[in-house]
Design a protein around this ligand. Structure first.
Ligand SMILES: C[S@@+](CC[C@H](N)C(=O)[O-])C[C@H]1O[C@@H](n2cnc3c(N)ncnc32)[C@H](O)[C@@H]1O
Length: 226
């Protein structure tokens, strides 16, 4: 195991990416390695290990059971919901992916059947899939198209339980909103608008929000019942 950690540390050149792997069991490590293989092959912008393990902690700590993802790829972020024996607690994990070439990798990953039984992988548009849902979601990961984040949260809002957490990954560009030229004008305008809107929601007591400067930035909103 240590060898793996050291190799990965070297590869990522960042202890924060290697550290979360220390707690994985041998079986989980095997699943993780396959996901990494896909990430490299597809050059896919999968979730980072530090953020994944943070989600795992958040979900276990709050006893969240119903998870929905806007943008799931082949299931890399989903891995982090299950590790540490959390499968017993989870009731339903809904993965949505608009690209139709990634399901084949989801099916080829090494998730055990006990995980797959709780996962519903849908190829399609998250905006449509979320509207068909019955049970309230208590953890929502937004990891699709930046320009649509705000619109998506509004649509998802009535499908969230009181106390649900919304995680918005890559909420900044390279940790910054301020530098021009990091992204297209349209994407920059959308992300500025998102931040203004998050701030207004906080002022209006719609949610509690907080920003973590991990990687390209993570925003958490908690749907608070006052
Ligand atoms: C950053 S990647 C997701 C990474 C994934 N959460 C992981 O950690 O492996 C964003 C994904 O969102 C998908 N996506 C974009 N718009 C979408 C939509 N409207 N519905 C479903 N998926 C969408 C993209 O095709 C892309 O695969």
């Amino acid at each position: 195991m240590m060898e793996n950690i050291n190799q990965l540390k070297e590869k990522h050149n960042q202890y924060s990416q290697a550290y979360p792997l220390q707690n994985l069991s041998e079986g989980e490590m095997a699943i993780y390695k396959k996901l990494e293989e896909f990430r490299e092959k597809l050059r896919f912008p999968a979730i980072k290990n530090d953020i994944g393990s943070f989600f795992n902690y958040l979900i276990q700590e709050n006893n969240y059971r119903y998870i929905f993802e806007f943008g799931s790829g082949y299931g890399h972020s989903c891995f982090w919901y299950f590790v540490g024996g959390n499968e017993e607690r989870l009731k339903s994990v809904i993965l949505t992916e608009i690209r139709d070439d990634l399901e084949e990798y989801y099916l080829k990953n090494e998730f055990p059947n006990s995980w797959r039984e709780k996962i519903q992988y849908s190829v399609g548009d998250s905006f449509e899939i979320i509207q068909e849902l019955k049970p309230p979601i208590d953890f929502l990961l937004i990891d699709g198209q930046k320009a649509l984040y705000r619109e998506f949260i509004e649509i998802a809002w009535d499908h969230l339980s009181g106390g649900a957490t919304i995680a918005i990954d890559n909420a900044f560009f390279k940790g910054s909103l301020l530098e021009d030229g990091l992204a297209s004008a349209k994407a920059t305008a959308a992300i500025r608008d998102l931040h203004q809107w998050v701030h207004e929601g906080e002022k209006n007591k719609r949610w509690k929000s907080c920003y973590f400067p991990y990687a390209d930035g993570l925003i958490l909103l908690n749907k608070t019942i006052y």
